[in-house]
Write a protein that binds this ligand. Structure first.
Ligand code: PMP
Length: 417
């Protein structure tokens, strides 16, 4: 009998029968509150009627309109719609399928636009699983172990992870910016540095919001040295953090923005946006792909952005996020094994620690497993695997958050008592 490859590591034993809104209904007859959203993808909830209708309608018109052969209307419409939310000046968009591909497209563009080879990434960043994207990923050696050599020209600098060092945010940001300056003096000269690549909130690397002041510091150095600043908004974008883009917690914009996941509610599509001037520095045909900017995905993307706007989902993410965080902080008071609760909007990380403050991956993994038993789906993350992350859909209601909190607490109680 043929079976799925064991290279896949499934976080839960659930087999989906169908799903709607915040709920996944399993073939086991149980209904699970989904606080994973397919790793931050189903922003409008599962099978939002408007997204379903748009995709159905598009399937009947054309499914695959290969975009280097013919252009199609949904991609033009999505580009126009994205223009309403993209930072000023990023007026040129290229589409791919996945986050990894878009990250690679951003790197390719940054190198071509600057004529420089090196990329600086920040410790704990996750940028994807293709070999080049994995080379940029420092969220854990599990993402790159065993298949070296990786892409050359990648240098890692510090991330301002205040909790880990027991510092306040200002000290952590000051430290990380000094480390970056030191890297530029000792390892990759500005004249050799094409880009800084950073997530506005670390995703797989531990659900750590990137301090706005750190992003400001990156912008200042990028401007000073002619380095492209790339924000990987694949997980933090499209309302996830309670603002449309995660970087809006800083006062700066990127030169290249990468988006995917939440942009089309589960249909595969990703994009990079930059100024026309920057995009023009790459030669025509230097980016492409058979499936990029799929017509059905693009139609679902337009519907998603309309739903986000019409239903006020960015604001809902902020308000429900506050409810979720306050609820988990209350639970933290009863369970000392919860060391840190952090996040913005509906991107919440719960770090489990031992009495001496060291990472407690065993408890985090046990809690994640126990939440499934409580019919709440969650995931872990972080280099040590000791962070449980909660990623509800942006349509989540106050009642669903309350239910999720009850189930989460029950899971922590089962594991720790
Ligand atoms: N960047 C970030 C910030 C991500 O969170 C992810 C996926 N978790 C990726 C890139 C890679 O996206 P994909 O899995 O679609 O290739």
């Amino acid at each position: 009998m043929t079976s799925l490859s064991p290279v896949l590591k499934q976080a839960t034993p659930v087999v989906v029968d169908h799903a709607q809104g915040s709920w996944i209904h399993g073939t086991d007859g149980r209904s699970y509150l989904d606080f994973t959203t397919g790793i931050g993808v189903t922003s409008t909830g599962h099978c939002h009627p408007k997204v379903v209708a748009a995709a159905r309608e598009q399937v009947g018109r054309i499914i695959h309109a290969q975009y280097t052969t013919v252009m199609h209307q949904p991609l033009l419409a999505l580009t126009e719609k994205l223009g309403e939310v993209l930072p000023a000046g990023l007026d040129s968009v290229f589409y791919a399928n996945s986050g990894s591909e878009a990250v690679e497209a951003a790197i390719r563009l940054a190198r071509m636009a600057t004529g420089r080879p090196n990329i600086v990434v920040f410790q704990g960043g996750f940028h994807g699983r293709t070999v080049a994207a994995a080379s940029l990923t420092t969220a854990g050696t599990k993402f790159s172990a065993g298949f070296a050599p990786l892409m050359a020209g990648v240098h890692m600098s510090a991330f301002p992870y205040a909790y880990r060092y027991g510092w306040d945010e200002t000290t952590a940001v000051d430290f990380a910016l000094r480390e970056l300056d030191y890297l530029l003096q000792t390892r990759t000269a500005p004249a050799d540095t094409a880009a800084f690549l950073i997530e506005p909130a670390l995703g797989d690397g531990g659900y750590l919001p990137t301090p706005g002041t750190f992003m400001d510091g990156l912008r200042e150095r990028a401007d000073r040295h002619g380095i492209q600043l790339i924000f990987d908004e694949v997980q933090a974008g499209v309302g996830r953090t309670g603002k449309f883009w995660g970087h809006q917690y800083s006062s700066v914009s990127p030169d290249i923005l990468v988006t995917a996941k939440g942009i089309a509610s589960g249909f595969p599509i990703s994009a990079i946006a930059a100024s026309t001037e920057t995009m023009s520095k790459a030669w025509p045909g230097s980016q492409g792909g058979t499936y990029g900017g799929n017509a059905v995905s693009a139609a679902a993307g337009v519907a998603t952005l309309e739903v986000v706007e019409e239903e006020g989902l960015v604001e809902n993410s902020r308000v429900r996020g506050e409810q979720l965080k306050a609820g988990v902080e209350e639970i933290q008071e009863r369970f000392p094994v919860i060391g840190d609760v952090r996040g913005r909007g509906l991107m919440l990380g719960i770090e489990f620690t031992a009495e001496d403050g060291s990472p407690d991956a065993r408890t985090a993994a046990a809690v994640q497993q126990a939440t499934t038993e409580q019919e709440l789906l969650t995931l872990t993350c972080g280099p040590a695997g000791n962070v449980v992350r909660l990623i509800p859909p942006l349509v989540v209601t106050a009642e669903e958050i309350a239910t999720g909190l009850e189930r989460f607490e029950a899971a922590v109680a089962v594991v720790t008592e």
